[in-house]
Design a protein around this ligand. Structure first.
Ligand SMILES: CC[C@@H](C(=O)O)C(=O)SCCNC(=O)CCNC(=O)[C@H](O)C(C)(C)COP(=O)(O)OP(=O)(O)OC[C@H]1O[C@@H](n2cnc3c(N)ncnc32)[C@H](O)[C@@H]1OP(=O)(O)O
Ligand SMILES: [Co+2]
Length: 134
């Protein structure tokens, strides 16, 4: 059901500093910061030859990454995003197995303009999973 690894997301306390580390220290190609108010984050994408890194900074008091950053003040790996061809079929199959889909259970439009869903980390070996329909 899952396809390619679309991105690995890293939550960071300071997006500008993290972007500079990837651009200047690691020599990576970085995007402009992209506010995503519907998701409570600002993102920068790091383009790698085989996948992307998504740097996440909290946007607003109710950001879903606020608690994570409180637990990990220096930042850390926050989620992995796998591509799926049919997100509703994937969701329904996962729910049948007992996996918990976060939020309303309906896909939202993600940073690439495509539908995304999140799956509870406790159901996936302690890793928050994002699905993106491609
Ligand atoms: C830009 C758009 C989009 C894209 O297109 O790429 C994005 O990526 S948006 C990214 C941000 N959005 C989200 O993360 C949405 C989904 N997340 C959530 O709904 C919540 O963050 C959460 C996963 C339900 C966690 O909520 P929180 O309040 O932080 O914690 P809980 O107390 O409910 O946590 C329970 C339990 O799970 C552990 N946990 C929490 N977050 C993670 C994580 N990222 N990775 C691994 N484990 C996580 C937490 O430690 C708790 O464990 P215990 O203490 O053992 O109970
Ligand atoms: Co993501």
């Amino acid at each position: 059901m899952i396809g390619r690894l679309n991105h690995v997301a890293i939550a960071v306390p300071d997006l500008e500093a993290a972007t500079a580390t990837y651009r200047d220290t690691l020599g990576a190609r970085v995007s402009q910061p992209q506010p995503e108010p519907d998701h409570g984050v600002t993102v920068v994408f790091i383009e790698l030859p085989n996948t992307k890194i998504e740097l996440l900074e909290a946007l607003g008091d109710n950001s879903p990454i606020n608690a994570f950053l409180e637990r990990n003040p220096s930042g850390g790996i926050h989620h992995v995003c796998y591509e799926v061809e049919d997100i509703l079929a994937a969701r329904d199959r996962l729910v049948e197995t007992g996996a918990r889909v976060l939020g309303t259970g309906e896909p939202k439009i993600g940073a690439h303009g495509k539908p995304v869903l999140f799956l509870h980390p406790k159901d996936f070996n302690g890793t928050l999973v994002e699905l993106e329909q491609v």
